[in-house]
Every structure is written in C-alpha cells, then in structure tokens.
Design a protein around this ligand. Structure first.
Ligand code: GUN
Length: 304
C-alpha cells in the first residue's frame, strides 16, 4: 500500500503493483521446481535466445532473460547474429534449435532488421518450443482456450492480476494498442471464459473514435502503445486499475545517463486516482521475464 498526494494535495491510498518483487518471488518458486526436477534425475531446463544485430534495448532485454535463467537454475544459450544475416540463414539457425533435443524452448528477440520478414521467422519456430507464444498455432490455442504458450507480457500481466487477487470478471477493460505481442493477445485473454478473463474488452488503436470516452469509462486500462505518458490524469476514472506496458526513454539532464525511462501513463498524476497501478520501471517488465521462464519450464516438463 502506498500513499500519494493528488493534484489537490489530498493524501490518496494507491496500491503499487510491484512487478519487481513479484518476479523475484516467482523466480524463487521456479528455482524450487528446477531443484525438484534435478532431484528426480530430469534434465535441466534450457532456454536459447537469438538476437540479430546490435539494437541496444534488445541487448538489455535479452541480457535480463539470460541472467534470470541463471537465477532459477536453467541452462541458457545466447546466439548473437550479425544484422547482415539473410532471412534464409536465420531460418536455418532456427531449424537447428528446433532439432536440438537439449533446448526446451527458444526466442528470437524482436524487432528484426527490416530486410527480414518477422512472420516468416516466427512461423519457422516449432510451436512446442515457441516459449514466446508468437506462433499462429499458440495464438490460435490461446484464442480457443486450449493449452499452449501464452505470450510472455500478457501472461505476466494476468499472473500479476491473479497474485494480487484482482478480479476481472464483468469489468470494462480498455486495451490501448493492438500489437501481436501485447495488445491483441491481452484483449483475447481478458475476454476468455477463465478465472482472469470474463471482462468486456475494447481494443483501442489509431483509428478508434471516442478514445477519451472509452478510457474514462474503463475499470481497467492496459496501455501498450509506446507513447510516452500518453494516458493522462483526465483520461482515467477514480478507482481504476492501470497497467502500463510502455518503456519509453526521454531526455533527463539530472540523470548521469542523460535519459530516464517512463511508461505510456503519466504515473505521477494518474497514480493518485488509481486503486492499483504498475510503475515503470519495476512493473510489467520484470513480470515478462518471469513469464518467459514459466513458459520454458512448461516446455521442459512437456518433454521430460
Ligand atoms: N520484443 C519486445 N518484447 C518481446 C518479447 O516478449 N519477445 C521477443 N522475442 N521480442 C520482444
């Protein structure tokens, strides 16, 4: 529970959804499960990550994923490829990972260089090793409520809602952004007939009319459009639950690095109105990593 002053200098109670601490808890639980597997003589779960080119943000994200593998006792492999690799060569690398019996699951970090067709790459990953949950087979299974891999960021968000005992049934949800990685799967998950689901979801995008009204009516907002502090205080109703998926870097001369990270939500002004809100950093990001590990353990258990 946190106390925050609102714009009228009134003290408000708001619960910060602490993704960082929850991610540590989940990783501890996963580590215990790995110990049990090893005690039973099973093989250590193994995640591989492919990174193409030198996008600095991608390098940081993949670094977090590899470090997290070490923490929970997974084996990990990092495959770094130059940005001059052809699509055929990249798909040949993916084929090797598909065939490698020691690798339980792998990811190809996005974005890819412009000369590579993302969909061709995503569809080259064997669905049973697609721990990112991006393959159409896994998206289809998720949509139909069948068991498969759920994309890591949406899985992290529903895990966070579940662990904080936040119910979604019957609630009005506005999902902002329709990417294949976050917005679209999030809207499907929250619409499903499931414990964390049964919500009435509006998926908002660049052509949405009356966006302000939709947001102001929402009990839950999931912001995933990559626009710095787009969701302002006037767009959020009192007592709303706000999940901020954005990670935007803005100039800040008070920082040694010269920049700081902010979300898609104007946290400082929105937080006092919320029942629950995720911070940036330390909210959804760490949960995405935990969810990837959850998927990898699931892949390992399916074959051992
Ligand atoms: N780029 C941004 N988010 C993700 C993710 O969850 N997985 C992969 N592979 N690339 C990303």
């Amino acid at each position: 529970m946190s106390y925050i002053y609102d714009s009228n200098n009134q003290l408000q109670i708001v619960q910060i959804l602490d993704g960082k601490t929850l991610s540590v808890t989940i990783q501890r639980e996963l580590g215990d499960e790995v110990d049990l597997l090893i005690e039973k003589g099973k093989k250590r779960p193994h995640l591989a990550a492919v990174i193409v080119g030198s996008n600095p943000a991608s390098k940081v994200y993949v670094g977090h994923k590899i470090k997290a593998c070490d923490r929970v006792g997974f084996k990990s492999s990092l495959i770094e490829l130059g940005d001059d690799i052809t699509q055929d060569q990249l798909i040949a690398e993916i084929e090797k990972l598909n065939e490698d019996a020691d690798i339980d699951g792998f990811i190809v970090q996005l974005p890819l260089p412009r000369h590579i067709d993302n969909q061709a790459v995503i569809q080259a990953v064997r669905p049973s090793k697609d721990v990112d949950g991006f393959h159409p087979v896994n998206i289809g299974k998720m949509t139909m409520g069948l068991d498969g891999f759920i994309p890591a960021t949406p899985l992290g968000i529903i895990t966070m809602l579940d662990r904080y005992n936040i119910t979604t049934e019957g609630k009005k949800v506005a999902v902002l952004g329709r990417s294949n990685i976050v917005g679209t799967p999030m809207s499907i998950l929250l619409s499903r007939n499931a414990d964390i689901g049964n919500a009435t979801v509006t998926l908002c995008h660049s052509r949405t009319k009356n966006l302000d009204d939709i947001l102001r009516n929402a009990d839950i907002i999931v912001a995933a459009i990559g626009r710095d502090r787009f969701v302002t205080e006037d767009l959020v109703k009192e007592g709303a639950i706000v999940i901020d998926v954005g990670i935007n870097s803005i100039p800040d001369q008070t920082k040694k690095s010269g920049y700081r990270l902010v979300g898609d939500v104007d946290f400082e002004h929105v937080a006092p109105k919320c029942a629950f809100i995720t911070p940036v950093p330390g909210g959804v990001g760490p949960l995405t990593v935990a969810a990837l590990l959850m998927n990898t353990l699931k892949a390992a258990k399916a074959t051992s």
